[in-house]
Write a protein that binds this ligand. Structure first.
Ligand code: 1HE
Length: 266
């Protein structure tokens, strides 16, 4: 289980390592509670652009006591309206780029997962919470609005009514509630999140690249379109995936009793 530093020429607010065929990206600005300034958000884009071709999954987590305090509010005070639109669109482009990118991303959440931090987490494919994690959208009380794709992604996880409540009243949810509501797929004890994230990423990395592509790109798009188009897209994707050479080998391995069974792991 050796981890090596990945030298991708990232800004100091980010650091990256690799372990086998997965990469670990760490928000490394704990003195500012991993607040997301332009340098960090643009650095996330660079990280995904420079990711070595053999990396098959990514774990994203935060250094210090919090995953992320969201948008760096100091930058907000120096932008005018049109600059703010471009800033928000830049977050959209970058988050979309990895949500619909090459490799699945597992977010490991702890402490504050606030505002833009929750938006960043929502763009990831799997979310693991440590018990210390909590979710807040303080934009309402700060006189601003979500701008990192939260209006699109967060209602798909928890419903529009809950998001509206969080924004209007400042309601926060703890890790256990978040798990029940659908913010996260996994809940683990404090200090265990990264290990769980790495375990999941390694499992994801063992899938075929084509199946992972279908799950990342086709599944969410089918969820957004009408049924008939969805069924057709599913059939096409299923046929393409099962025709893949690696898929054929895996099916043969199972039938010849060389592959693991789909047993309940608990
Ligand atoms: C920051 C930020 C930030 C901390 N931008 N500098 N997000 C928020 O409204 C959340 C704001 N942050 C907080 O409520 C708290 O910092 C925490 C609950 C997350 C953590 O509290 P604590 O007591 O551990 O830390 P702290 O003392 O509040 O902060 C430590 C330092 O980080 C301090 O700076 P310092 O120079 O005085 O040491 C803070 O100013 C700084 N800091 N959070 C800038 N967010 C795409 S649109 C998305 C819209 C949003 O994300 S809105 C939500 C913004």
């Amino acid at each position: 289980m050796t981890r090596k530093r990945l030298t991708l020429d990232l800004p100091p607010s980010l650091s990256a390592e690799r372990q086998d065929n997965i990469a670990i990206l760490r928000l490394s600005r704990p003195q500012k509670r991993n607040a997301l300034d332009d340098t960090t958000v643009n650095g996330i884009e660079e990280f995904f652009a420079k990711l070595p071709g053999d990396i098959r999954a990514v774990v994203l987590h935060g250094e210090g006591d919090h995953f992320s305090a969201g948008l760096d509010l100091t930058e907000l005070t120096i932008r005018n309206t049109v600059e703010s639109v471009h800033h928000s669109r830049n977050w959209h482009r970058i988050f979309d780029r990895f949500e619909f990118g090459k490799v699945p991303v597992v977010a490991v959440l702890h402490g504050a997962v606030v505002g833009g931090g929750l938006e960043l987490a929502a763009a990831c494919h799997i979310r693991v919470a440590e018990r210390s994690a909590y979710y807040a959208l303080p934009e309402g009380s700060r006189g601003i609005y979500v701008g990192g794709g939260g209006s699109v992604r967060i209602p798909r996880l928890i419903g529009t009514a809950r998001m509206m409540d969080m924004m209007l009243t400042g309601r926060t949810y703890g890790a256990e509630e978040g798990q029940t509501m659908g913010v996260t797929q996994y809940l683990v004890d404090d200090g265990k999140g990264l290990d769980k994230g790495v375990e999941l990423a390694l499992r994801i990395a063992a899938n075929t690249a084509l199946t992972n592509y279908a799950i990342m790109h086709v599944l969410p798009r089918i969820a957004d379109i009408e049924r008939d188009g969805g069924y057709l897209m599913e059939s096409l994707m299923a046929a393409i995936a099962s025709g893949d050479e690696e898929a054929q080998q895996r099916l043969k391995d199972f039938l010849e009793k060389r592959a693991p069974k789909a047993l309940h792991r608990g």
